[in-house]
Ligand binder design. Structure first.
Ligand SMILES: *Cc1c(COP(=O)(O)O)cnc(C)c1O
Length: 388
């Protein structure tokens, strides 16, 4: 079956009520038919739900869908994307281990690497996505994991997944871990290149309507087993309600991603020919420095467009204030179009030099292109550029 068909048809077992749509399993624990069954399930001789901190029919359904889409053996669901990303490190790393990571990582992931993990004796070396020769140089005898995001936020730089997957032969003990939130499994599937773990903020495109937080990690069974031990005893479980919402959303996932991508490409093409725009970044624009790689690795360019408006920091803020349709918020991957000014919000804690290393200029604006009629999105950008 095609993966989109699976995302539509994968469903928790039907109950004795013969419902069509999956019900919500709002239950913290599950009943055993007998004391013997309780013993057998605890001894892992029999499969079955015990307690919703470990598993629940709604979260299992969501995990099965994401595994089908990513081509993964196993997975787990989490209360947020950061809980998922954090667990993918904390469950597998120990004091003395070293991470190699691309520089442009999500803000909270950067805080883990620079503020939290050093306290636990876990160190990180940043490398630049676009300079492949620096990656191998950064590997140390204690390097246990390589972590990356592609496309990066908000600079939309790419890492060649096939090339990096090749590291597995030379460094079999290093875990390859990717946050695939921006591209989603609809556009790229890192596991096919040998990646061990793929994490997601399901808050973004998977829910896709800005309602609930959620996270998922999928990958090799033996690693997921270690993550299972970690979440059983630390408790970052996804609520069944949020799992139900996200799982329902995945029924329209392919349809939504197609529209996000086609709208975003048209927005990028419009911006590129506009006299008030200095630079546009979008993976499927031929002007993107890694356009060939984008075409090879991604099915479409994604829903995010980043551009630099002429007039710098103040003009960028005036542009945001002049928007009527596009909303100002720091979220992304929503059915509603969103504009963000990274220099004054998501990346304001960084120094100017650090921002420039991530491709963030004072006039950079990130648009998460939504599902509205594209003429309304472009019309809003056009009038806001004219009025700012
Ligand atoms: C939003 C995001 C996260 C964190 O997800 P939450 O669900 O907000 O915790 C992690 N990585 C990327 C790339 C994101 O965009």
């Amino acid at each position: 079956m095609n993966e989109q068909t699976k995302a539509i048809r994968e469903q928790a077992d039907r109950s004795s009520y013969r419902e069509h749509s999956v019900p919500l399993y709002l239950t913290s624990s599950f009943i055993f038919d007998s004391a013997e069954q309780g013993r057998a399930i605890f001894a892992e001789e029999e499969a079955g739900n015990v307690y919703s901190r470990y598993s629940n029919p709604n979260t299992t359904e969501l995990i099965n869908k994401v595994c089908a889409m990513e081509g993964a053996e196993a997975g787990l669901a989490f209360s947020s994307g950061m809980a998922a990303v954090f667990a993918s490190f904390a469950a597998l790393l120990k004091n003395g281990d070293h991470i190699v990571a691309c520089r442009a990582v999500f803000g909270s992931t950067h805080q883990l690497f620079t503020r939290l993990f050093p306290r636990w004796g876990i160190t990180t070396t940043y490398v630049d996505a676009a300079e492949p020769e620096t990656w191998e140089k950064a590997i140390q005898p204690n390097t246990r994991m390589i972590f990356l995001e592609t496309p990066s936020n908000p600079g939309l730089e790419l890492v060649d997944l096939e090339w990096l997957g090749g590291f597995k032969k030379k460094y079999p003990n290093i875990i390859l871990n990717v946050d695939n939130c921006f591209a989603t499994p609809y556009l790229q599937k890192p596991i096919q290149y040998g990646f061990d773990l793929v994490s997601h903020s399901a808050t973004k495109y998977m829910d896709g309507q800005g309602r609930v937080l959620g996270g998922v990690v999928v990958g090799r069974q033996e690693l997921i087993d270690e993550l299972m031990f970690f979440i059983r005893h630390t408790g970052p479980a996804l609520s069944p309600f949020n799992a139900w919402v996200i799982s329902k959303s995945l029924e329209t996932f392919g349809l939504r991603m197609d529209r996000h991508c086609s709208n975003a490409l048209q927005v990028a093409e419009f911006l590129e020919q506009h006299a008030d725009v200095e630079q546009v970044r979008y993976p499927f624009l031929p002007s993107h420095p890694q356009y060939d790689l984008a075409k090879r690795q991604m099915k479409a360019g994604g829903g995010i467009v980043t551009f630099v408006v002429k007039g710098g920091f103040e003009r960028a803020k005036r542009f945001l204030d002049a928007l009527n349709v596009i909303l100002i918020t720091s979220n992304l991957g929503d059915s509603r179009s969103i504009a963000t000014h990274p220099a004054s919000t998501t990346h304001s804690k960084l120094s100017e030099t650090e921002r420039l290393q991530l491709g963030i200029q004072p006039g950079s604006i990130r648009i998460s292109v939504g599902l509205e009629d594209v003429a309304d999105i472009i019309g809003d950008i056009e009038q806001a550029l004219a009025r700012s």
